[in-house]
Write a protein that binds this ligand. Structure first.
Ligand SMILES: [Zn+2]
Length: 326
């Protein structure tokens, strides 16, 4: 399995060969933002709290950011806060802690599983979108075919069949159904957007299947979105805006869209950063959970708008190395 060129990041051996090396154990975010392109940073610190024996356990049971829960459609319609307004409120109040992601929860319809989202997947999803916007001969594409003319759309949202390219060479596209897409400006849209789900399966999602501890209040089965689904939703937003001048899918979007600033930081994590925890004999690249923890660290330091409130078109982002500007 070879990763496509666009998604490749330097290997451990390549990062180890960078001209300058610096070890850090505090002020991680500021230090990472101040890096030079030819510099490798080695984090000498355990990022995953010691009460979790490993990254997998933290991913399942670590602290998550809870997007405020509604009890009824009436309540949501009355409060009238879009998902991005709710994210702004909670993202700006987070503490200097390790978080495993954020979650939102449906309050209408039958599938009330909690929906989990990782910032890491929001970045990877945006990257898959950027991949499809490249100016190359065999242009890869996220294919969107929508089904939105049935009478049920106002109540249940639209459906779409999506094809998303794989990040692996010579691997066929992922094809799946996306449902509960808010497309009509009706009171129901405030509930529909919380029910979004797909039929997609990939390796990332299979590893994610989890069951809550017995005493958790919310349903034991959870729905974990992956980068392919986030890329798909971003393509749905584009489709409705470009073809129908319909902004509702964007207005009710549940996925945090990274800014160029967040992309720059993410590139530093993928291209310049190694870690050596108390369990590691030698430095290694960051795992997904550690990147997630550092992305929340960036949100804590810089706030929601600078990191995950995208005002520019993500297709115009620069995914190469660029020094983040403090
Ligand atoms: Zn996937």
């Amino acid at each position: 399995m070879e990763i496509k060129q666009f998604f490749k990041t330097p290997s451990l051996a390549e990062i180890s060969k960078y001209k300058n090396h610096r070890e850090i154990s505090e002020n991680l975010i500021e230090n990472l933002l101040n890096i030079n392109p030819d510099e490798a940073i080695i984090i000498r610190k355990d990022l995953i709290p010691s009460k979790y024996p490993n990254a997998k356990k933290f991913k399942k049971h670590g602290i998550e950011i809870i997007i405020p829960r509604y009890e009824s459609l009436e309540q949501a319609v009355k409060i009238k806060k879009t998902p991005v307004q709710l994210r702004e409120r909670v993202f700006n109040k987070i503490k200097n802690k390790a978080y495993r992601g954020y979650s939102f929860k449906p309050f209408t319809g039958t599938d009330k599983r909690t929906r989990n989202v990782l910032l890491d997947d929001c970045l990877e999803g945006a990257k898959i979108c950027a991949y499809t916007k490249q100016d190359i001969k065999f242009k890869p594409l996220i294919n969107v075919k929508v089904y939105d003319d049935a009478g049920r759309v106002q109540k249940d949202g639209a459906e779409a069949i999506i094809k998303v390219p794989s990040r692996i060479k010579n691997q066929s596209n992922y094809e799946f159904k996306f449902s509960s897409i808010p497309v009509i400006d009706s009171p129901e849209k405030w509930g529909i957007s919380y029910n979004i789900m797909t039929t997609h399966n990939c390796k990332d999602k299979l590893f994610n299947i989890r069951y809550n501890y017995l005493h958790d209040k919310e349903n034991s089965r959870q729905f974990n979105f992956c980068a392919h689904e986030i890329a798909a939703y971003l393509a749905i937003i584009d489709y409705y805006w470009n073809n129908k001048k319909n902004i509702i899918p964007l207005q009710m979007n549940q996925f945090a869209i990274p800014t160029q600033y967040a992309v720059n930081f993410y590139n530093i994590l993928c291209r310049n950063t190694l870690i050596q925890t108390s369990k590691d004999k030698n430095p290694r690249k960051l795992n997904k959970v550690e990147k997630e923890i550092l992305l929340w660290g960036l949100v804590h330091k810089k706030g929601h708008d600078k990191t995950f409130f995208a005002r520019d078109k993500i297709k115009n982002y620069d995914w190469g190395f660029k020094k983040a500007v403090l």
